[in-house]
Design a protein around this ligand. Sequence first.
Ligand code: CO
Length: 134
Amino acid sequence: MIGRLNHVAIAVPDLGAASKLYSDTLGAKVSQPLAQPDHGVTVVFVELPNTKIELLHPLGEGSTIAKFLTKNPSGGIHHVCYEVENIIEARDHLRAKGATVLGDGEPKIGAHGKPVLFLSPKDFVGTLVEIEQV
Ligand code: CO
């Protein structure tokens, strides 16, 4: 059912330092920081030949990334995002298989302007999974 890996999201305590790490040390192409108030994050996109890395930093009150960084002060992998062709069919399939879809189960418009859902890490070997309709 799942298709390509769309991105890996990494929560970072210092966006400038993380950006420099990816551009200078790893030699990747990185974007300018982009504020996404609806998602409570500022994002730097790292473009790789086969996928993307998203460096996430908390923005505003009650950001889920802030909570994550409290538990993981030096940062860490926050979620992985897999592409699906039809998010409603994917959701129904996942539920039928016993997976927990987070929130109210209705797709939200994600960071790329496309419908997304998140799946509980409890059902996916400790990893928060995002699915995105492409
Ligand atoms: Co994501």
